[in-house]
Design a protein. Structure first.
Length: 714
């Protein structure tokens, strides 16, 4: 807590507390001008202000306690800080106490001067004048209502006419004639314009039944005052029922406004008069809290300023002790241009000279570390694997690419001799043997070779280079890279060129050969005896069949050598395409298990080429089980992660281990009459569609081929 309260955060905390306290005092002073706010929030505001002042006093008290502790410990600069705090406290307390005493007396007398007997009498007289004016208007309206009621009562059966005539004579604004139950009989004046005049209140009906009049002063919702008078109407004809006459007269707006102002002023004066004692206490409390806020803020500011003045001296003392302990890196900020600033600059110059001497001793070490870090950065970003050995073929370092290419944790072999790699990581035994053979047969300490290496059950081709590092002690370095894709690309290009030329050279003579054989069979039919005729038929049929087989092989060559045509790409639903192709394989459908999604799985591709992929995979599955009496097939299509996957599984013998690593190469096949182009064509077409093909053996027996293609963008 000491470190926190002596840091810059304490200054901001003091400033924030002082600001919040000032805001609280402002709200407390504002509450005195608003009686409702004063009644509702007085206690809360007082508690908040007391809490903020208490917080300020706590912070300042903590500062003073810290200063006293430093003073007792003899901390450098604490005596100067204590003297400054005392001076600031005296400057703040003496004027503040004087202003506080004068202000309390002045406010008490000012509040008492607000309340005077003459003011009370003036307000009460104004209010009484307004009430007398309203009473006069009520009496005038009642007299008019009585006159109208007498005229209406004397008329027999002509009440509406008599009501209108009497209203005009007396000059009433609005009058209406009601039954004792409140039903409207006739209206006159302003009430005639409304569909339903304002009915008398229930208490007026009760008083009228007792032959008593009713009068009231009413406040209108829209502002203003109106007078309502209800009197009974007694008819000259005793047979007619008693009726009620209502007269409504609006009070002139100017008079109503003056009356409302007088009542509001009198009401406000009474509220203030009731809270006179509370106002005195409130202002006294506000002044007291203000004084406490000023004193605590002044003390806090005194401590902060004293620390500001004494901090440079304390930093110089601390820096001197650090130099004595061998730390030459200390630099003190120059905050002024006086003698203290000159002293600080001299201290900084001294420590700079001492640090320069030490820095020269560290330059060579930093240069070595920089070079080493630079080399490690280069090795870390190389795509090729790099291994460094000492003179006894113990691994000194290996870059991350080495572990990625070999799929083994090379870091675990640090310090292990090359001959012991096979015991630590058996999968690297062949690689260690290749490196050892390379250095044994190296001329002038350098060698290079391209060798196959099995990585994660896949055969990869590594291009390896080894060299002996000059200097003493000697060491060795091996650089290797996975060139399988490059070798495969070269091989595919070569096979594509061979397939193109074979298709071109073989296809041309096949049709004449087939036509010649068929013509011989037609020309010589019936001219030879039975045995010769049969021999001719078998020979020509053999020629035709072989020519057809060669044409099929030539077509496969053409498909394999064919270049992609981006212009033929379109949206293809794999599920619909599969069902379309399966319609051609009636013998396969009863034995096939299809797993298709409900929604379409759409990819962007060339329908003819994708159809060729399905044909090749289905034909391979059929050929693999040609000798089985109960063949089984499983075909599934699913989509996830922006890709569509088609999986073909059969119940055949599966892929032999020696074929599994080269199954996609041309002329690699397990069929007696196969060309080995089926899977090669499948991979070529799938890669043209930015996809990939994976093959594996399905337990307990059988083959599984998975084709993955990117889904079409919507």
């Amino acid at each position: 807590m000491s470190g926190i309260l002596t840091s810059r955060g304490l200054r901001w905390l003091l400033l924030a507390s002082a600001c919040l306290s000032a805001i609280g005092l402002f709200l407390l002073a504002t509450a005195a001008e608003n009686t409702d706010l004063f009644a509702r929030g007085y206690d809360t505001l007082v508690v908040i202000n007391l809490a903020m002042v208490a917080l300020l006093m706590l912070l300042v008290g903590w500062q003073l306690w810290q200063l006293r502790r430093n003073y007792n410990r003899g901390v450098f600069g604490s005596r100067l800080a204590a003297r400054l705090v005392l001076l600031f406290a005296l400057v703040a307390v003496l004027p503040g106490a004087l202003v506080y005493a004068v202000s309390v007396q002045f406010l008490g007398r000012s509040i008492e001067s607000w309340f005077d007997v003459r003011v009370d009498r003036a307000l009460e007289g104004g209010l009484a004048l307004g009430r007398n004016a309203l009473d006069y208007l009520i009496r005038e309206t009642t007299n008019k209502a009585t006159q109208v009621a007498e005229q209406v009562g004397e008329s027999s059966g002509q009440a509406p006419i008599a009501l209108s005539r009497a209203a005009e004579q007396t000059g009433v604004s609005e009058t209406a004639l009601f039954t004792v139950a409140g039903g409207v009989i006739a209206v006159a004046g302003a009430a005639r314009d409304s569909m339903s005049p304002d009915p008398p209140p229930p208490q007026a009906l009760r008083r009228a039944r007792l032959q008593q009049s009713y009068s009231a002063i009413e406040q209108l919702p829209t502002g203003g005052i109106q007078l309502r008078v209800v009197v009974p109407v007694n008819s000259a004809d005793q047979r007619e029922p008693m009726r009620l006459l209502q007269v409504i007269e609006p009070v002139p707006r100017s008079l109503a406004q003056e009356i409302e102002k007088a009542e509001a002023g009198f009401r406000d004066y009474q509220e203030i008069s009731y809270t006179r004692g509370a106002l005195k206490r409130l202002y006294a409390l506000t002044l007291t809290l203000t004084l406490l806020l000023a004193l605590t803020s002044a003390l806090g500011l005194a401590v902060v300023l004293s620390e500001h003045f004494s901090a440079p001296l304390a930093r110089l003392a601390e820096g001197t002790r650090a130099v004595a302990e061998g730390d030459f890196t200390r630099r003190q900020p120059v905050t002024s241009r006086d003698e203290l600033g000159v002293l600080t600059e001299s201290f900084n110059a001294m420590t700079a000279q001492l640090a320069e001497a030490r820095e020269k001793n560290e330059e060579s070490r930093r240069a070595i570390e920089t070079t080493r870090a630079y080399l490690e950065s280069i090795l870390g970003n190389l795509s090729a694997g790099v291994l460094a050995f000492d003179d006894r073929y113990r691994l000194r370092m290996g870059n991350p690419s080495a572990s990625v290419i070999l799929q083994q944790p090379i870091a675990e072999l640090a310090g292990v001799a090359l001959a012991d790699w096979g015991r630590r990581l058996p999968a690297l035994a062949p690689f260690a043997e290749l490196v050892a053979e390379g250095f044994r047969g190296a001329r002038e300490g350098q060698w290079q070779r391209e060798a196959p290496f099995g990585v994660a059950n896949q055969s990869r081709t590594l291009l390896m280079r080894g060299s002996r590092m000059p200097g003493a002690p000697h060491g060795y370095v091996v650089v290797f890279d996975d060139v399988s894709e490059l070798v495969q690309a070269q091989r595919d290009a070569a096979w594509a060129e061979v397939a193109r030329r074979l298709a071109h050279e073989i296809k041309n003579p096949l049709t004449p050969i087939q036509l010649s054989a068929e013509r011989l069979a037609v020309k010589l039919e019936g001219r030879l005896d039975g045995a010769d005729q049969e021999t001719l038929k078998r020979g020509t049929q053999t020629i035709v069949n072989q020519v057809a087989a060669m044409k099929h092989m030539v077509d496969d060559f053409a498909v394999y050598a064919r270049q992609p045509r981006p212009g033929q790409m379109q949206a293809v639903d794999l599920s619909a395409l599969l069902l379309d192709v399966l319609a051609l394989y009636d013998n396969l459908r009863p034995h096939a298990v299809l797993t298709l999604p409900n929604a379409p799985v759409v990819v962007q591709g060339e329908p003819t080429r994708l159809r060729q992929v399905l044909h090749n995979l289905l034909q391979n599955a059929i050929d693999a089980q040609s000798e089985r009496g109960d063949p089984s097939y499983a075909i599934a299509i699913e989509s996830s992660g922006g890709e569509a996957a088609m999986t073909f599984t059969d119940g055949g013998p599966g892929f032999p281990p020696d074929v599994l690593a080269h199954a996609f190469e041309p002329y690699v096949t397990t069929k007696a009459k196969g060309t080995g182009l089926g899977l090669a064509i499948v991979r070529k077409i799938v890669e043209e569609h930015a996809g990939r093909v994976a093959i594996a053996n399905a337990p307990p027996h059988g083959a599984r081929v998975t084709v993955t293609l990117p889904l079409a963008r919507p």
